[in-house]
Design a protein around this ligand. Structure first.
Ligand SMILES: Cc1cc2nc3c(=O)[nH]c(=O)nc-3n(C[C@H](O)[C@H](O)[C@H](O)COP(=O)(O)O)c2cc1C
Length: 330
């Protein structure tokens, strides 16, 4: 059974990658993932806010007017246990590279071009094999048009791309008016892959305390379908590699992702729920299923249910919508 996959110029043993999250930046947990068969790891992100915080803190030490932005600093989230500042992040790349035999993909999470001119270069110099740029942005400004938002996001990617020669993947939110068009613009910026999709952590409301509560729920396989649809639409229509992030909990989810057109799939919640050993379970179940169904190579699966190749492509688009609604029985 040949599960080998090339992603971001890296030769991987198989396509199931531990995605950016708490397990992959910690050296001992990353080692466990490697022992359970991880083909590479994607580190949790260095956030632009952390860089800004560090730069502001350095500035504050020398500027008497520091008080004027001390309040603003307090709005920035405190780094959680595994969230590292820029210097520690770079050091962590070096540790991971020394401790692991598999490739290490670093991750940056930014929203503004200025945030990403410097750190990708340092990340590449620290030895990361590739970089995932996470465009986590909520377009909530009524004076900024969607075209302006997209231009700013592209500018961030260009800024990250400048001066580094390691491959780049861009992790996207699902909220684009025309996702295929934005992806076609990314092709021209020199990235190798897109990751579909970021998950947005939705705030809840505490109705007794009148507080907005940030909530972080782990995913469920129900989140897979949104990814499957967009993978299916993009497969064969972009030269970029496609990586699925969101809703991979079982080998059947992996198979669906590959059939829709994913080059690789990433999993985070599944590993947090079941532990690093779940990776080996996914891999074993994928291989067993392929064996039972006489597949010997991933290319026989990949994209076979994409929009271009599926026997019923209209089911991927809107045309079945009314039919589906009408099929509901109470
Ligand atoms: C606790 C936690 C921390 C995460 N941290 C990051 C991060 O630093 N950078 C990032 O791009 N995604 C981060 N993610 C998002 C995951 O990489 C992934 O896109 C998302 O959880 C959907 O995949 P899943 O369904 O396999 O969990 C995080 C997710 C969780 C649950």
């Amino acid at each position: 059974m040949n599960l080998e996959t090339t992603y971001l110029g890296l030769k991987l043993k198989h396509p199931i990658i531990p995605g950016a999250g708490p397990l992959t930046g910690d050296v001992s947990k990353a080692r466990q993932l490697e022992d359970h068969g991880a083909p590479c790891v994607i580190m949790s992100s260095l956030f632009e806010e952390q860089i800004v915080r560090e730069q502001r803190a350095a500035f504050a030490a020398i500027d008497e007017a520091a008080d004027s932005f001390a309040e603003a600093l307090s709005y920035l989230p405190e780094p959680e246990g595994y969230r590292l500042g820029p210097d520690d992040y770079l050091a962590r790349i070096t540790y991971l590279k020394a401790a692991l035999d598999i490739p290490v993909i670093a991750s940056v999470n930014g929203i503004s071009p200025d945030g990403w001119r410097e750190y990708p270069k340092l990340i590449a110099a620290a030895g990361a094999d590739a970089l995932e740029v996470n465009l986590y942005h909520l377009a909530a400004d009524r004076y900024e048009s969607s075209a302006e938002v997209e231009e700013r996001l592209l500018e961030s990617v260009r800024a990250a791309r400048e001066g580094i020669d390691i491959p780049i993947a861009v992790k996207l939110p699902p909220f684009f008016t025309s996702l295929p068009h934005f992806v076609s613009r990314l092709e021209k910026v020199g990235v190798q892959a897109v990751v579909l999709f970021n998950r947005f952590y939705q705030p809840d409301i505490d109705i007794e305390e009148l507080r907005t509560e940030p909530t972080l729920h782990l995913s469920s396989p129900a989140e897979l379908n949104l990814r499957l649809r967009w993978l299916a639409i993009l497969h064969g229509r972009t030269p970029l590699e496609l990586s699925l992030s969101g809703g991979i909990h079982a080998a059947t989810d992996v198979i669906k992702g590959l059939m829709a057109g994913a080059t690789t799939v990433q999993t985070v919640s599944g590993l947090l729920l079941h532990g690093p050993g779940h990776l080996a379970v996914l891999l074993r179940d994928l291989a067993d299923w392929m064996h039972e169904h006489d597949y010997t190579h991933l290319d026989q699966l990949r994209g076979c249910m994409s929009h271009q190749n599926a026997p019923d492509p209209e089911a991927i688009e809107r045309s079945n919508y009314a039919q589906i609604l009408n099929s509901w029985t109470a």
